[in-house]
Design a protein around this ligand. Structure first.
Ligand code: PEP
Length: 259
């Protein structure tokens, strides 16, 4: 059984000081919550300090991106080994904001995924369709194309370890979440594809999480869908009370799915 997984993507919000204050508050408030994987993805500058703040709490830290080379003349870039040494255990790759605003492609996503594994970082690979693609009825074929390219060359063992985040682009930061039925269809499709391409064990172990305007009041409906293993939360993760509510709700719904 997959442990429910809830990650906070803080994007370009929170100074080091603000990030550490949040992490300490969450660590204290979540100390009795077990059987749920909680991840904080602060801006690069705060990765080290947040990792220190949550040490020995069960809360993990993720980078929001990386560059695939280990080191070199790549001004502004951060490598996978650097993130790992700073205390990150995971890294978000291929977020739609990186694809749309910074020229990320499926080819660069794939290079980053391999670099993450080489540095012992768990990739959280983001895929999802635009509104135009959904309106044209191309959602599932877009997912197929992204997954084929983004996961190219991975072993079944690696796929079993990674996290796929289904994030419909039209739902990110818009306040308009996918309906539970839309999420269920996409998640079921992703799981089937993983099964066909990488085998039953990999598909059963891989976490497939939903992202796109997850809020405390829509978490239960989204998380109750069979193949939804958790959430990648943007805006609603900036407030510790709201984020904790999402974590607790995900935990409760996952427990009821098991019975
Ligand atoms: C995200 O940034 O991955 C995200 C899902 O953002 P939001 O929750 O704000 O839509």
């Amino acid at each position: 059984m997959r442990v429910p997984f809830v990650a906070a993507n803080w994007k370009m919000y929170k100074t080091v000081h603000e990030a550490v204050a949040f992490a300490k508050q969450l660590k204290n408030a979540a100390k009795d919550i077990v059987d749920v994987e909680i991840v904080l993805a602060p801006p690069f500058l705060a990765v080290h300090a947040v990792a220190d703040a949550v040490r020995a709490s069960g809360i993990a830290v993720a980078g929001q991106d990386l560059y695939w080379e280990r080191e070199g003349a790549f001004t502004g870039a951060v490598s996978a080994p650097m993130l790992r040494e700073a205390g990150a255990e995971l890294v978000i790759i291929g977020h739609s904001e990186r694809r749309r605003l910074f020229g990320e492609t499926d080819e660069t996503v794939s290079r980053k995924v391999h670099a993450a594994f080489a540095a012992d970082l768990t990739p959280i690979v983001c895929v999802g369709e635009t509104l135009e693609a959904r309106d044209r009825g191309e959602t599932l074929s877009v997912l197929d194309q992204q997954l084929t390219r983004d996961l190219d060359g991975l072993s079944s063992e690696q796929v079993g370890l990674l996290v796929v985040a289904y994030e419909p682009v039209w739902a990110i930061g818009t306040g308009r979440n996918a309906t539970p039925e839309q999420a269920a269809e996409a998640h079921q499709h992703i799981r089937q594809r993983l099964r066909a391409w990488f085998g039953a064990d990999a598909a059963d172990q891989c976490h497939v999480i939903y992202g796109g305007s997850v809020k405390p009041d829509n978490t239960a409906d989204l998380m109750s869908q069979p193949d939804v293993d958790g959430a990648l939360v943007g805006g609603a993760s900036l407030d510790v009370t709201g984020f904790l509510t999402i974590v607790k709700t995900t935990h409760r719904v996952a427990a009821s799915k098991r019975t």
